[in-house]
Design a protein around this ligand. Structure first.
Ligand code: CA
Length: 228
């Protein structure tokens, strides 16, 4: 059974999410507070995806996201944000979320986003070659790990997928659409901005000076290019 954590204190929204995810074949573990969420994550280590509301009675969803990330980079995280809180999306992604859904959302949108994230985090790809080495970077495609000058850099699954795409295509300008299609899948119907925010986060982890990136350069009006 594919297990998902849903953290939302508003019972009407939580029921809506639970019913639709059950219908889509997921087993849903529910939590109404941050404390409950951590309790449930402890009890169910096989949870692969977590949906986190931002406004909670005891904490906020970003804090929960940050804490989950420090202990497990592999859990897929989707933030539930309010339409008026545009900054929430960026803040959420910068604290380590993989995606966000803006309230109100349709059942189709919810399940499409969850399915896409679940596919990325829940599957183990079979690979033959196990290492890509370029400049100071060493990407192990078997263990999905990255080292820079021998130092391990912790990546989320999305960041790993972006890094892999770059290292597979050195010196090639990749459009934001290409990146979205490869990393999020062709059926993803989010915004292009999600690629930008994830890349901004990746730059903070891998660049010597993230404000003046030299490995991942911007191709204005188009996308990004990986080079050494
Ligand atoms: Ca709430």
């Amino acid at each position: 059974m594919r297990k998902i954590l849903v953290l939302e204190d508003e019972t009407s929204i939580r029921s809506f999410v639970v019913i639709n995810l059950n219908r889509a074949g997921y087993e849903v573990i529910e939590a109404g507070t941050g404390a409950e969420a951590f309790e449930q994550l402890g009890k169910h280590p096989d949870i692969k995806v977590a949906i986190l509301d931002v406004m909670l009675p005891d904490t906020d969803g970003f804090e929960v996201c940050r804490k989950i990330r420090t202990s497990d980079p592999n859990v897929g995280i989707i933030m539930l944000t309010a339409r008026t809180q545009e900054m929430d999306k960026v803040t959420g992604l910068m604290t380590g979320a993989d995606d966000y859904i803006t309230k109100p959302f349709s059942p189709a949108e919810l399940t499409a986003r969850v399915d896409a994230l679940y596919r990325r985090t829940g599957t183990v790809e079979v690979v033959d070659s196990s290492e890509l080495i370029q400049g100071p970077f060493r990407l192990n495609t078997k263990n999905r790990t990255l080292e820079k000058s021998g130092e391990r850099i912790k990546l989320t699954q999305v960041e790993y997928s972006i890094m892999k795409m770059f290292m597979d295509n050195p010196g090639t300008a990749l459009s934001r659409e290409d990146i979205l299609n490869t990393v999020w899948g062709r059926d993803y119907f989010g915004e292009l901005k999600i690629a930008d925010v994830n890349i901004r986060r990746l730059r903070i982890k891998i660049e010597d000076d993230p404000t003046n990136p030299t490995f991942i350069t911007t191709v204005w009006g188009f996308g990004y290019k990986w080079g050494l």
